[in-house]
Design a protein around this ligand. Structure first.
Ligand SMILES: [Zn+2]
Length: 119
């Protein structure tokens, strides 16, 4: 059974849905801003115009990767919420600190495991 009170779960769910919408908006913005097609490989070019395009493109691609990663985490958290498995540490299986979840609803590791996993 989940130890988190329902109002906390509701709050977290709202936060996750909000984040998800933001991420989707940002992804759309990125598609618009990118001078090159996003999934096209960056080809090195001699010309100066192409190099700034490639630079902007590279920045947007890494931003997009981060956003997609976040979006995946949000989806996992939401599905865990509906399954009732939300808030468990993926590494040690203990409950993740409530304050941590409220601050970072996509957290899948408890505080001590996340410290350990940092290089
Ligand atoms: Zn843990």
């Amino acid at each position: 059974m989940l130890r988190l009170p329902q109002h906390t779960l509701d709050k977290i769910k709202k936060l996750l849905l909000l984040r998800q919408r933001e991420v989707e908006e940002q992804l759309k913005e990125i598609e618009k801003d990118d001078p090159l097609t996003l999934d096209a490989p960056i080809e090195s070019s001699e010309s100066g115009t192409d190099s700034w395009q490639a630079e902007v493109h590279g920045r947007l691609v890494s931003l997009k990767t981060d956003l997609l990663d976040l979006s995946k985490k949000i989806k996992v958290s939401l599905s865990n919420l509906s399954k009732g498995t939300y808030g468990k540490c993926e590494s040690c299986g203990k409950d993740i600190e409530t304050a941590r979840l409220e601050a970072m609803p996509t957290a899948t590791l408890c505080l001590s495991c996340s410290k350990k996993s940092k290089k």
